[in-house]
Design a protein around this ligand. Structure first.
Ligand SMILES: [Fe+2]
Ligand SMILES: [Fe+2]
Length: 334
């Protein structure tokens, strides 16, 4: 695929540093890669807007993984058994790993992790609205795994084919782990749903609480999502927000029957004419408020992140001092 691209654009090679490329030739190469549905790699020429869009999307995604650790970490010490604690701890650790892959992918676009983390702790960066909701019972661990990680899978599987190489490759591993997260959440709900009436009710309440916020994870409706069209033209996004949401609702509608629970939405149905799943109206005003920082836990999540960042300051200082010491040692030996 790459060899074909090279032939098509003559002297432009993807590994040349950006400064050596004439912008027209770079654009021609980029357009060709898009038309071929091939991949752009870090040293390839790319339009500034493409780079900016990716940095924004990948860093928001990384922030979501990192902030997303909080609502579940909240339950590690209260998990009902040693086995549940170990599973939940592993899951929260996976989310930290996802954040790290994604910060690394974003760094290949020329923005440092320090800068991205600085924007997050300053409250200037966005992350998924879902993580600003509280986790009030153990059943929320089940609902988050099944619904929130489930929505993440619907969103992220198509991103494995994203046109930016490091992002797509990070997504492949992330998605494998998300599948495990979803299964563990489903299993928590299944056990509760087959428990006593109070446990079953606890599972149903959690599903009721997380249903609408998880549907909103796909972002605003298509007619109110101005950047989606461009992201689709750049082969970053493959399906629209509404398409992905509908697919997710279908998945939930099938699986909820196995749980013996129900979705809190009487309008969920499969439309035989359009062959798509439909759902009832969502409160987009609430979505906007949560994104704007006025959700139930926004302040708490950011404060916790800031504190963790400050607490880790000595590790960064020590690593910097060690790197300087090693550099001086190598210089002296040379
Ligand atoms: Fe994740
Ligand atoms: Fe996950």
């Amino acid at each position: 695929m790459m060899a074909q691209n090279l032939q098509a654009v003559g002297s432009v090679t993807p590994s040349q540093p950006q400064s050596q490329l004439d912008a027209d030739a770079g654009q021609a190469y980029f357009d060709h890669v898009m038309a071929e549905d091939s991949r752009i790699e870090p040293r390839d020429w790319m339009p500034d807007a493409y780079r900016r869009t990716l940095v924004r999307q990948i860093s928001q995604h990384a922030h979501s993984e990192i902030i997303g650790m909080q609502p579940e970490a909240n339950w590690i010490s209260r998990a009902p058994s040693l086995k549940r604690k170990a599973i939940l701890m592993a899951k929260v650790q996976d989310e930290a790993g996802h954040g790290l892959y994604l910060y690394s992918a974003a760094e290949t676009l020329g923005t440092s992790r320090d800068e991205m983390m600085g924007q997050l702790v300053a409250g200037k960066a966005r992350y998924s609205s879902i993580f600003n909701y509280p986790t009030v019972t153990w059943a929320d661990m089940g609902a988050i795994g099944w619904m929130v990680d489930g929505a993440a899978i619907c969103n992220q599987v198509p991103l494995c084919r994203a046109s930016y190489g490091p992002y797509g490759r990070a997504m492949v591993r992330v998605c494998k782990e998300e599948s495990f997260h979803q299964r563990q959440g489903f299993e928590i709900l299944l056990e509760l749903a087959n428990g006593n009436p109070a446990q079953k009710q606890m599972a149903q309440d959690a599903v009721n609480r997380w249903y609408a916020p998880s549907l909103m994870m796909f972002g605003p409706p298509d007619d109110d999502s101005p950047n989606s069209k461009q992201s689709m033209a750049w082969n970053i996004k493959r399906f629209s927000n509404d398409e992905l949401r509908s697919r997710f609702v279908g998945m939930m509608a099938e699986q909820v029957r196995v749980l013996g629970l129900s979705l809190p939405d009487p309008e969920v149905r499969f439309n035989e004419d359009t062959k798509t799943w439909e759902h009832g109206p969502l409160d987009w005003e609430e979505f906007k408020q949560v994104l704007a920082g006025r959700g139930p836990c926004n302040a708490q999540r950011l404060e916790r992140r800031r504190q963790a960042h400050d607490d880790g300051g000595w590790v960064r200082e020590a690593a910097t001092a060690y790197a300087a010491k090693m550099a001086a040692k190598n210089e002296a030996a040379a």
